[in-house]
Write a protein that binds this ligand. Structure first.
Ligand code: C2E
Ligand code: MG
Ligand code: MG
Ligand code: MG
Length: 278
């Protein structure tokens, strides 16, 4: 092994990194098995339109029910799925499943799906999205793809072409976790997003004057571009009053609803808490 690394280089045996990569390999194998056996599921978190107080749509959030370790959070397995490339088939499953669920909801309720940079860098992303739409019968304008600034940092020809062609189809594009990456403003200039999601760290930090001023400024910027601006992580009445005053069009957070399993979404829809105008 050390020899293969080259004549003039040493490879010090590092038991820690060996253990870490073995654990990562095991987790990857377990993820592959979970994909085959229905170990992943989607929860849906309501997005509330502040103008009407009704639900405008839902964000699909991935959950892994591990047979021994219980539910594993996406922050633990998404990075691994990205490193191993498994995010491509897993992300395709998420798209298909989310579109299938949304097709059963009344029009014009939307579904927002998180997509990784790796998915967009793959040629065939357009086909994957199109397939999810045609298989479910969901109208393209009811699907919103949430991308992050990290993805735009690796903005290649493939990524741009896919984003533009999906847009032409009528699929909506949201910029997620806005304000947490680098050179956020230049992205707003280069591409017109349908939705901008203000990261929850801004909402949580509202008591700080500078944070509050930045939040108000980015909300004004987003609405000025004609985008919907969603505040993430609204947990208290104070948060709500703040983001409403800042001019956010929509909110999402534990003050309203946590991410919920699909059967509960059906019950919620039947309760009539919806904004049914487009
Ligand atoms: P995100 O897209 O920014 O999703 C919002 C996260 O905030 C979710 O965490 C949600 O459960 C949480 N949240 C919602 N309301 C509140 C609140 O009031 N307070 C607090 N503290 N948190 C709130 P979750 O479900 O753990 O997902 C974490 C991240 O994992 C997501 O962040 C997204 O980046 C990623 N993710 C989730 N599902 C997928 C997926 O299907 N594909 C990809 N590529 N990434 C996903
Ligand atoms: Mg998101
Ligand atoms: Mg977010
Ligand atoms: Mg976030």
């Amino acid at each position: 092994q050390a020899k293969a690394a080259g004549r003039n280089t040493y490879r010090v045996h590092d038991p820690d990194s060996d253990a870490a990569s073995a654990a990562a390999g095991l987790l990857k194998a377990e993820m592959e098995r979970a994909m085959k056996r229905g170990g992943f599921l989607l929860n849906y978190q309501p997005i509330i339109d502040l103008a009407t107080g009704g639900i405008a749509g839902f964000e699909a959030l991935l959950r892994w029910r591990h047979p021994r370790r219980g539910n594993i959070a996406p922050s633990e397995f998404i990075p691994l799925a990205e490193q191993s490339g498994l995010i491509v088939p897993l992300g395709a499953w998420v798209l298909k499943e989310a579109c299938r669920a949304a097709a059963s909801w009344p029009d014009p309720l939307r579904v927002a799906v998180n997509v990784s940079a790796i998915q967009f860098q793959q040629t065939g992303m357009e086909e994957t999205v199109l397939h999810a739409l045609t298989a479910s019968g969901l109208a393209p304008h009811r699907l919103e793809l949430e991308i992050t600034e990290t993805m735009l940092m690796q903005k290649t020809e493939t990524v741009c072409r896919a984003m533009e062609s999906l847009r032409r189809l009528g699929v909506r594009i949201a910029l997620d976790d806005f304000g947490t990456g680098y050179s956020s403003l230049s992205y707003l200039h280069q591409f017109s997003f349908d939705t901008i999601k203000i990261d929850r760290s801004f909402v949580a930090g509202m008591a700080d004057q500078k944070t509050a001023a930045i939040t108000r400024a980015i909300v004004a910027l987003g609405t000025g571009f004609g985008a919907r601006v969603i505040a993430e992580g609204v947990e208290t009445e104070e948060h709500l009053a703040f983001v409403r005053a800042a001019g956010c069009t929509d909110v999402q957070g534990f003050l309203f609803d946590p991410p919920l399993p699909a059967p509960e979404i059906t019950r919620l829809i039947e309760s009539g808490r919806l904004r049914l105008a487009a």
